[in-house]
Ligand binder design. Sequence first.
Ligand SMILES: Nc1ncnc2c1ncn2[C@@H]1O[C@H](COP(=O)(O)OP(=O)(O)OP(=O)(O)O)[C@@H](O)[C@H]1O
Ligand SMILES: [Mg+2]
Length: 255
Amino acid sequence: MSSTTSTSADQLTFRGSSLQLKNLCMAYGDVPVLRNVSLEIAPGTTTCIIGPSGSGKSTLLRGINRLHEPSSGDVLLDGEDALRVRPDVLRRRIGMVFQHFNLFPDHTALENVALALWKVKGMSKSEATERARRRLTEVGLGERADHRPRDLSGGQQQRVAIARALAMEPEVMLFDEATSALDPELVKGVLTLMAGLCERGMTMAVVTHEMGFARRVADQVVFMDEGEVVEAGRPEDLFDNPRSARLQRFLSEVL
Ligand SMILES: Nc1ncnc2c1ncn2[C@@H]1O[C@H](COP(=O)(O)OP(=O)(O)OP(=O)(O)O)[C@@H](O)[C@H]1O
Ligand SMILES: [Mg+2]
């Protein structure tokens, strides 16, 4: 299904898909890392995933788009068994943005966004370039389309990475600490961009240490520890009324 519709303001609105995890288990070799993670993310909503280092947050996102295969359990994308979709096809439907932007250093911002469109999506070069330019304009980088990554700030590079993921018209976006590598003054711009995607209807799973963002933007917050979901619910419930001792301890350390 196509996940986007155009609007008059040349800004896309999205038709995000639902994402469901059922008893997801993951391991590295013989070492279990995720245990029976179950989650429901409604279409067009944002789930923020928080938890201590090593709790399995990145592993969870990697399982959802099959950068690492789950050992058991189910992932349903728009109700469809995502573990049976070819991984390369799945990754067109589920975009991912990492802490380190993973841009091609020898290509301009525009080429970084356009490349996958003609290589993976099979668009003509002119069509891909046209769409890439629109996506860059949307993330505020229309003027910087011809710059290479080294001539862009960290925040601008991350916005190129987001434009690149959006250009594929995904149904879900995963963010893994997308702002942790940025200088503090650049964090806000990227978080504002992410909050805007949420308002425009994208389905998002966001691993973050930005508790203010999670409280403000998330429809659901998930607290993970030692490979398990310990608590999940509305941000005000988790932040103001944590039930488990583990979440209470975590919040007292990070807030
Ligand atoms: N490629 C790997 N091979 C083996 N073990 C790994 C691998 N990647 C992660 N792990 C282990 O899996 C566990 C979960 O790691 P993961 O990266 O998912 O945690 P995280 O919650 O994202 O942590 P952080 O907040 O530090 O990014 C950790 O114990 C980690 O050491
Ligand atoms: Mg991580």
